[in-house]
Ligand binder design. Structure first.
Ligand code: F6P
Length: 328
């Protein structure tokens, strides 16, 4: 029989995402609701190794549901990838009387959590927090919706100046290996082309499409490029190629970068974070471990961490077709 849980630790790990604060708040308040203690860990696994902890009660997470970033701070930790680092971290948690762990992060953070569980039989549950939406077992990760809205707002502004000067803009959005932000923000902002790693359009087809665009009477254009797109080495190389091959375009580049990771979370992300926090704590209390909490068809579900890490979320093919029709 699994040990009774009376203290849960929570941390944020990997790249931050809007909604992480709301998720910590939910974990803390769910612990308080069930009369168990909650310990915050600063700077992810790094803080776990160093013993950088803070006792959290329902009142200590007031006023943070609307805040971007994570007050617990976040880090990517090389030491936790070693058995020695994990042993140190385990010692710290045992010293504090922690019985279970909630990890809010992406696939790297979940891999660490799985190792930790296998080595010390320590109960862990993951909450998917990353703007990339690249984790399977949930329709949306925390922070993705906010990042999409930030990207669309920025592209709308770029369109104003693109239109005034009859320019072509390549706008790079985040997404290390996946094109979810690019595809959705591209459709939402009415981009002429969207380049994502899942579909290799090829640079010649891009040039042809831009030529067609010009002939059809468009004076300015927006091409949204996912950071992980495979055409060209970078968005700047794409610009150089188009500069050399399409005289009729005056080209500029805008890399949105880390602004997509900040800002106040949308209502969607706040609600998702609140639901995920409740599900994570109540799953641990029910004796579950090694699962990730996710929202599938708007229901809170558990997916084995192993599967969540392995299976990348799939790009929406129907949306690719919609984007093609919209650029007619
Ligand atoms: O995984 C989230 C993400 O924002 C990616 O889209 C991006 O490639 C990466 O993190 C950037 O990481 P860092 O903040 O370490 O530069």
């Amino acid at each position: 029989m699994s040990k009774k849980i009376s203290k849960i630790a929570v941390m944020t790990s990997g790249g931050d995402a809007p909604g992480m604060n709301a998720a910590v708040r939910s974990v803390v308040r769910t612990c308080a609701y069930h009369n168990i203690s909650c310990l915050g860990i600063y700077r992810g696994y790094e803080g776990m190794i160093e013993g950088a902890f803070i006792e959290l009660d329902a009142r200590s997470v007031r006023g943070i549901i609307n805040k971007g970033g994570t007050f617990l701070k976040s880090a990517r930790c090389a030491r936790f990838r070693t058995p020695e680092g994990r042993a140190l971290a385990h010692k710290q948690l045992v010293k504090e009387g922690v019985d279970a762990l909630v990890v809010i992060g992406g696939d790297g953070s979940f891999t660490g959590a799985l190792h930790f569980n296998l080595e010390f039989n320590f109960p862990v549950i993951g909450i998917p927090g990353t703007i990339d939406n690249d984790i399977s077992g949930t329709d949306r990760t925390l922070g993705y919706d906010t990042a999409l809205n930030t990207a669309v707002e920025a592209i709308d502004k770029i369109r104003d100046t693109a239109h005034s000067h009859d320019r072509l803009f390549f706008v790079e959005v985040m997404g290390r290996d996946v094109g979810h932000i690019a595809l959705n923000a591209g459709v939402g902002a009415g981009a002429e082309e969207i380049l994502i790693p899942e579909e290799d359009m090829g640079i010649e087809r891009l040039v042809e499409s831009l030529e067609r665009s010009k002939k059809s009477g468009k004076s300015s254009s927006i091409v949204v490029v996912a950071e992980g797109d495979k055409i060209g080495k970078s968005v700047f190389e794409l610009k150089d190629y188009v500069d050399e091959n399409l005289d009729e375009y005056d080209v500029r580049v805008s890399v949105l970068g880390h602004m997509q990771r900040g800002g106040s979370p949308t209502c969607y992300d706040r609600v998702l974070a609140s639901r995920m926090g409740v599900k994570a704590v109540e799953s641990l209390l029910a004796g579950e471990s090694n699962f990730m909490v996710g929202s599938i068809h708007d229901k809170m579900e558990l997916t084995p961490l192993k599967e969540a890490i392995k299976g990348k979320s799939k790009i929406n093919k129907e949306l690719i077709r919609v984007s093609e029709i919209m650029t007619t």
